[in-house]
Design a binder for this molecule. Structure first.
Ligand code: MG
Ligand code: MG
Length: 248
């Protein structure tokens, strides 16, 4: 069942979303060679807590941290630890915050120092595909329009979209209906209505779309070892333009 939010609900979600946006902005500045992913996680947890919110990921299905930190061929759900970032890496940072019972969820992928130009293109295409998907989040359109906009843009650029993990409705729960795939046909799926709130989150691989879960039971990696990027925003469908709730 898709839970429709009132304008006031959406305003509450925006307040959670702004905390997520601020946290990601600060993490982006902290990301540099030599920094451990655990240091990033600690910073994020403290910052979110200092704003009066709660990290949404910590303890979610047993996830042990506040940030998912996914490096290079890691797609999503990387567990922060002692690994140090090095020049030329890319890191996906995905996090959520709960404020007054409402959840915001967003992700960015950040280069560490100078990266290979083809890797830079992977990040640009993935981020742009997110905005192309968001642009389709309009009253009366089908959910498949979002999925198709993402997939067609990514594949035209020569990359692939992950099938096994998808975006989601969001609100009082981090994961609500409907699932929001990053692949699919336009004019299929639920009709979008005012008050729907969606976490749209393309996961894009430089190589094939297949993924595996590592023995830690969390970290998702590309099957072929190619690098992967991930961008996400929480978005509200309104009577006019789609509104990004995880941006200031
Ligand atoms: Mg997320
Ligand atoms: Mg999400």
């Amino acid at each position: 069942m898709i839970v429709i939010k009132t304008k006031r609900d959406i305003e509450m979600m925006r307040q959670a979303g702004i905390i997520v946006a601020d946290t990601l902005d600060k993490l982006r500045d902290l990301v540099k060679p030599g920094v451990t992913t655990q240091a990033l996680d600690r910073f994020a947890e403290n910052y979110i807590t200092d704003q009066g919110a709660r990290p949404a990921f910590k303890g979610y299905n047993g996830f042990p941290a506040s940030v998912c930190a996914s490096i290079n061929e890691e797609v999503v759900h990387g567990i922060p630890g002692q690994r140090r970032l090095k020049e030329g890496d890319i890191i996906g940072l995905d996090l959520g915050a709960i404020l007054n019972g409402w959840v915001g969820d967003s992700a960015i992928t950040v280069p560490i120092g100078e990266i290979d130009p083809e890797l830079k293109r992977l990040l640009e295409v993935t981020e742009e595909s997110l905005y192309r998907g968001i642009a389709e989040a309009r009253v009366g359109a089908r959910l498949g329009n979002i999925s198709h906009a993402i997939q067609s843009y990514v594949e035209a650029a020569g990359f692939s979209v992950v099938r096994q993990y998808v975006g989601h409705g969001i609100g009082r729960n981090m994961h609500e209906d409907p699932p929001v795939p990053n692949y699919g046909r336009s004019d299929h799926g639920p009709i979008l209505a005012e008050g729907m709130t969606l976490a749209i989150e393309p996961m894009v691989n430089a190589g094939g779309y297949e993924v595996l879960v590592k023995p830690d039971n969390w970290t998702v990696v590309t099957k072929d070892g190619s690098y992967s990027a991930h961008f996400e925003h929480t978005v509200a469908i309104t009577s006019t333009e789609p509104v990004i709730l995880t941006r200031k």
